[in-house]
Design a protein around this ligand. Sequence first.
Ligand SMILES: [Zn+2]
Length: 421
Amino acid sequence: MKKIILKSALLPAKASGAVRADILIEGSRFARIGDNLPAGDDAEVVDCSRFAVLPAFYNGHTHAAMTLLRGYADDMPLQKWLQEYIWPFEAKMTAMDVAVGSRLAILEMIKSGTVFFADMYWHREETMKAAEEMGVRASIGVTFAETLMSAEMIEKNFDFLAAHTGESERVRLAVMPHSVYTVGESLFRRCAEFARAEKFLFHTHLSETKREVEDCQKQYGCSPVRLLKRAGALDGNLVAAHCVHFSDDDMKAFVDSGATAVLNPCSNLKLSSGIPPIHAMLAGGMRLALGTDGASSNNNLDMHEEMKLAALLAKVGGTAETLPAFDALRMASVNVARAYGIPDAGEIKEGALADCLLVRLDNERMVPAHDVVSNWVYAADSGCIDSVICNGRFLMRHRHVDGEEDILNEAQACAKRLAGR
Ligand SMILES: [Zn+2]
């Protein structure tokens, strides 16, 4: 079994600020954390005296292959943006394009410290394969959208799920009906029942815009959250993206259900969708996690930005004490892992899956070292990350990821062709 010792690393600790320790990784897990751990002959020793070892990021909601649309159309109303730019571009995308876009996304996520992503898109086999090959974890959606799919395609989706096609230790499938405006109540019910019976996570977009909530009220006579409850889809198995326009009743129903809301602050601000009531959500006891959404609306997949922005936006409507740095970091790491059914990931502790970041303490944004977590959340950016470990394996070392030049070149060529430029 492969062994790595992260020697003399600075580890954050809530009570005491930070401690220095050695971390022994055996195989895919943190085996021991302590002082002066013996290396033995078979362990690779990594001097971490210049590094803080911090939890890796887990991205709770994205559309990976949409990296190819980064910067293609910005700063316009949602409907015009979708109908005149995004959808025509996507209509031209083949499975091979999705593979290229997914690799670009995963490269970007690794370089910004993310080792897991939940993905909702098309040609899921390509994204699964890219995640598997590049060494990250993923929850890959089988996407349902009645307004865009035939009945036959919907049945094929259920067959694909039932066979657990292409799943592995790190890459799992999930049931992902797109939203209440593309999937009707009865298909929502069927998806939720199927997900529970077959032990898949259930993920959807929820209450992203004011218009979505108003249209749902008109069509169904209730909020999107209440519609999900009516369809039997609101329970601890649900992970919902956005959750911007939540009433007090929605929040209470969510808390009672044990569902998790994945907030996407950058995307919501850029599309002018609004700011979720984070303070009230936290005060009410809602389970909260973070995601980036796709690169066409973010425009990057950098979880550090979401973490910092969430910590700041929580103070709007709250107080300066709302969502402190330590908790914001948990929203971007362990809370996402738990929501997606990876209970032993997202924290650096003995027995947990060995996912972590080596963050440079000699970067100017990490100096002085009064509080390493404060520096990381409020002062640093993802450029301070030196190395990334997932499942006990280095995915990035000294900011280099294997194959990155090829990934960038193929993405440039692919996007140019799709844009017809
Ligand atoms: Zn989305």
